[in-house]
Design a protein around this ligand. Structure first.
Ligand code: NAD
Length: 431
């Protein structure tokens, strides 16, 4: 099938590479010429586990191409996927639709033959109707259907998730569009559910799912606070809870709060939509507020662990999670910013996200080249992102390098017993 993808970011690029690997002819379009130039020179613009190999393989086989030209991508496509950003509005926090509307308007004139225009971006309920209207206005005779095709990939596991989807949701008001997309995803039909629903239901499924996951994270974080006061151990509590199949054992890891480019923005957008529709979504409103407070609570925990008014803090991890270089709405960065406000001197290291973090933090902190140069002379080590590399921390070496042997492990990922064995004071979350 011929596929055009508009927006070549954290969703568009892995999706394009995955669809090419399935044998489709893919054209990825982006309005940023520098991105397209790098991709055309064989350089990836994001870090994702397993992406590079598939990207190179499919680019060499000419199954995937990159362009800034809407015409080049859209005019021969059977399916056009819109994967542009839907960032939060700075004041209302509703999803900002300007990129979606621009993409719909720009693509319209190049549609030829029957085409499915599918929105992969996370968009408010009713966006499908708007996209349809915009295209129809620009190109009244076009033969097309607009479909909601929400994306559920997790950054850091984008390639894995593309090839092993939990479900594929197709929100289509037309049988013909649904049938074409079912054909596109046929390679996964033997191992996953492909669910065709109304377009507005599909748009809602995406927000309802992300808001639910955000609530689950916030719930276990509150339970961790409870455990800290009562002497229970959140590991044991989460394990015991997770054995109940109605609850499930995933997303029960307490930490520094949820972040990234999706959960904060999508919970806010969902709450905004509910308010606009006169519906109370109190659980989501509470989750948003609680999660925002969590970053300051984590910073306080780190500050309390030191004896100094101007502590030197070694921060391991800046990305919003492991496996990605993405720092958008990273809890680690929010905590670092709070620590700076509290007069801390920060030296930080992240295996993949240093460049993106520098764009946000600039010269407010010192950037280390590796874990151990980060630890040198630190009063406290704060682990903020759960990179596998950090698990293998050499406690003996760390004990020699640090000024004080203090660890605050906001990801509960270090070996607590080993830390205690080497004389560290160790604080996790909820233990
Ligand atoms: P991104 O910012 O990484 O990528 C968006 C890309 O679209 C950018 O490269 C931008 O230059 C390009 N773009 C914007 N307008 C354009 C236009 N008119 N023509 C061509 N290119 C254009 O964003 P992302 O993280 O890939 O997210 C995209 C959408 O997918 C969002 O709605 C997001 O909520 C949703 N989503 C993201 C994830 C995730 O893990 N990142 C997961 C599921 C869903």
């Amino acid at each position: 099938m011929k596929i055009a993808i508009i927006g070549t970011g954290y969703v568009g690029l892995p999706t394009g590479v995955g669809l090419a690997e399935l044998g489709n002819d893919v054209v990825c379009i982006d309005r940023e010429p520098s991105k397209i130039e790098r991709l055309n020179h064989g350089q990836l613009t994001i870090f994702e586990d397993g992406l590079e190999e598939l990207f190179k393989k499919n680019a060499q086989a000419k199954r995937i191409r990159f362009t800034t030209s809407m015409k080049e991508g859209v005019s021969s496509a059977d399916v056009v996927l819109i994967a542009v950003g839907t960032p939060p509005h700075p004041v209302t926090k509703e999803a900002d639709m300007k990129y979606i509307h621009a993409a719909a308007t720009e693509l319209a004139e190049y549609l030829t033959g029957y085409t499915v225009v599918a929105t992969k971006s996370t968009v408010p309920v009713g966006t499908g109707d708007d996209v349809e209207t915009l295209i129809r206005k620009k190109n009244p005779t076009a033969d097309f259907d607009v479909v909601s095709l929400p994306e559920f990939l997790r950054e850091g596991y984008a390639i894995h998730d593309f090839f092993n989807p939990d479900r594929i949701i197709i929100g289509a008001n037309s049988e013909r569009a649904c049938a074409l997309l079912k054909q596109l995803y046929q390679p996964f039909a033997h191992k996953t559910t492909i669910l065709c629903v109304k377009r507005r239901s599909s748009e809602t499924i995406k927000y309802a799912s992300n808001a639910f996951l955000a609530m689950k994270i916030h719930y276990i974080n509150e339970m961790a606070n409870f455990c800290e006061k009562t002497g229970a151990d959140i590991f044991e509590v989460a394990k015991g809870m997770g054995l109940d199949s109605r609850i499930g054992n995933r997303f029960l890891n307490p930490g520094p709060g949820y972040g990234g480019s999706c959960f904060p923005k999508d919970t806010n957008a969902m709450a905004y939509m509910a308010r606009q529709n006169g519906v109370d979504l109190t659980l989501i409103e509470t989750t948003i507020k609680g999660n925002e407070l969590r970053f300051a609570q984590m910073a306080e925990k780190v500050i309390q662990a030191t004896k100094s008014d101007t502590p030197k803090i070694a921060v391991l991890g800046l990305a919003f999670k492991n496996g990605t270089d993405d720092c958008r709405m990273s809890p680690a960065l929010s905590i670092v910013q709070e620590l700076i406000r509290r007069n801390a001197q920060i030296t930080a290291f992240d295996p993949k996200a240093m460049e993106n973090a520098k764009l946000i933090l600039g010269d407010k902190i010192t950037y280390a080249d590796d874990i151990y140069s980060c630890l040198k002379d630190a009063d406290v080590l704060a682990v903020l992102t759960e990179w596998e590399d950090f698990k293998a921390l050499d406690f003996e070496k760390a004990a020699h390098l640090m000024a004080q042997k203090v660890i605050v492990d906001c990801r509960n990922m270090l070996d607590m017993n080993k830390a205690l064995e080497y004389g560290f004071s160790y604080q996790g979350v909820g233990r």
